[in-house]
Design a protein around this ligand. Structure first.
Ligand code: F0G
Length: 468
């Protein structure tokens, strides 16, 4: 072979899955009558479906990925000692190597890290800025009777903007908030990538600026680092000066700018469960560990089995692999491009872990108060057994004391792609189903909520269609 053909990736255009299948799991094939009956039973809330009623499950990319043979092998090495487990020290070394943070506190998932961090740092009346809080992050801030303030840049709220870093924080708003002596800010956060804002990345330049503004105001800066590897790939491919850096080097630089982070290992930990809270401040860490013992477990397992810690340690090294990240980001863009070609509007550019359909644009006849994204998610399931999730006014709308309701800035259906789980033909099928559902746009009805919980209502709310 001549030297110019030794690099497979530049010789061929097809970006193949950089793995082969080692173990398979059957998926449900359903008919429309079954799906219709299921929708009525769950009162149009897709969280209520049994997994056996779903053909392609794009509800979330969280904990739904396929682990590698090395991760499964690692699980056999799990040390289940209550205290001082070998697996904990392997996990801690992996997290420290990545983040440079020496205080590593394992938790059963991301939201447990959030609850512990906010219980120790946030008080009633405080304001916590973030590019966009994820739903559990917002709920955990609000549970402390504090305000979760979203300050993503302007482009981040425009689904059509093709700005390369739509997850960036609006720096002038951040400065304005931190300059105001009447606004108590116990910490600032940045979510990479910005899940609730379309899975959009945050640039290194923005992270650096946030870090500088925070440190000049004496405010700790924490990353919500769930999808740090995907964010690193976007920096590598979109930001000047990073092309020749490895995703791991970029990730390390991102973490070096923060005082701490919360992390759900169910995303870029490539594990089915787990998370951590990491930081540099030993005094705060001590307080967090004391709280950890109360609800999660001893600090060397934090609610996880030793084998989970092994799987995460291995996952953190696999997730920064360039071939994996190239395939990962490309396969998400592939789905977006396919549906866009057929006229289905999605947030541009496609996010790292998910494609976000712009339901407000697709279903202009349904006002936000009748939940267009919920309506579309239901129709996509009805059409082909594909389950996505509403990220709009069901998730983020707020009911006031007088019963009136605020609406979300965007009405999106998120199709989240589990890591290393579905093949290109599964994704081709999803595109066909979405395009078919979208073709019935004007006939899709809006919905009303007939039952809801006081917070995180989207998980359990019951709906009914509003007859046209
Ligand atoms: N932060 C972000 C940005 C998230 O996307 C999630 C979870 C969490 C925190 C909480 O982590 O689930 O381990 O407790 N996101 C999932 C999703 C559930 O579907 O996007 P967790």
């Amino acid at each position: 072979m001549s030297p110019e053909f030794t690099d497979q990736l530049s010789q061929f255009h097809t970006i193949i899955e950089p793995f082969r299948i080692h173990s398979v799991e059957e998926i449900a094939i359903t008919d429309r009558t079954q799906r219709e009956a299921a929708l009525e039973r769950v009162r149009y809330n897709l969280f209520g479906l049994h997994a056996d009623e779903v053909t392609i499950d794009l509800l979330t990319d969280s904990g739904t990925g396929a682990m590698s043979s090395k991760q499964w092998a690692g699980m056999m090495l799990g040390d289940e000692s209550y205290a001082g487990s070998r697996s904990f020290y392997k996990f801690k070394a992996a997290v420290e190597d990545l983040t440079g943070m020496s205080e590593v506190i394992p938790t059963h998932q991301g939201r447990a890290a959030e609850r512990i961090l906010f219980t120790e740092t946030v008080s009633a009346g405080d304001v916590v800025p973030n590019n966009t809080h994820f739903d559990t992050t917002r709920a955990n801030v609000e549970y402390q009777k504090a305000e979760a303030l979203d300050i993503v840049c302007e482009e981040g709220l425009d689904p059509d903007s093709t700005h390369p870093f739509k997850g960036d924080v609006d720096l002038s708003r951040l400065e304005q908030i931190l300059d105001d002596p009447d606004v108590p800010v116990p910490l600032a956060m940045v979510t990479v990538t910005n899940n609730s804002g379309g899975g959009q990345p945050v640039s290194m330049a923005n992270l650096r600026a946030v870090s500088e503004v925070c440190s000049s105001h004496g405010v700790p800066f924490f990353l919500d680092a769930c999808r740090f590897a995907e964010n690193s790939w976007f920096i590598k491919t979109r930001e000047d000066g990073y092309t020749d850096r490895t995703p791991l080097e970029i990730a390390r630089e991102m973490f070096s700018l923060a005082d701490g982070c919360t992390f759900s290992a169910k995303k870029d930990g490539l594990a089915n469960i787990g998370g951590f809270l990491a930081m540099r401040d030993p005094e705060l860490a001590e307080r967090c560990r004391n709280l950890l013992i109360l609800t999660e477990g001893f600090p060397t397992y934090g609610g996880l089995a030793g084998y989970d810690l092994e799987a995460i340690a291995q996952g953190l090294s696999e997730v920064v692999d360039e071939d994996y990240l190239r395939y990962r980001i490309r396969s998400t863009a592939y789905l977006a491009e396919k549906v866009n070609k057929a006229g289905v509007p999605t947030v541009q550019p496609p996010g790292g872990h998910a494609v976000y359909i712009d339901a407000r644009k697709l279903l202009p006849h349904i006002p936000p108060s009748q939940y267009p994204a919920q309506a579309l998610a239901v129709e996509i399931y009805r059409t082909g057994g594909v389950r996505g999730v509403e990220i709009g006014s069901v998730m983020f709308g707020k009911v006031a004391g007088d019963g009136s309701e605020s609406v979300a800035p965007m009405e999106l259906v998120r199709l989240a792609i589990p890591r290393r789980t579905y093949t290109q033909s599964h994704i081709d099928y999803v595109a066909e189903v979405v395009i078919d559902a979208a073709s019935r746009g004007p006939y899709i009805p809006g919905y009303r909520i007939v039952e809801q919980a006081p917070w995180l209502r989207h998980f359990t709310a019951a709906f009914e269609p509003i007859p046209a």
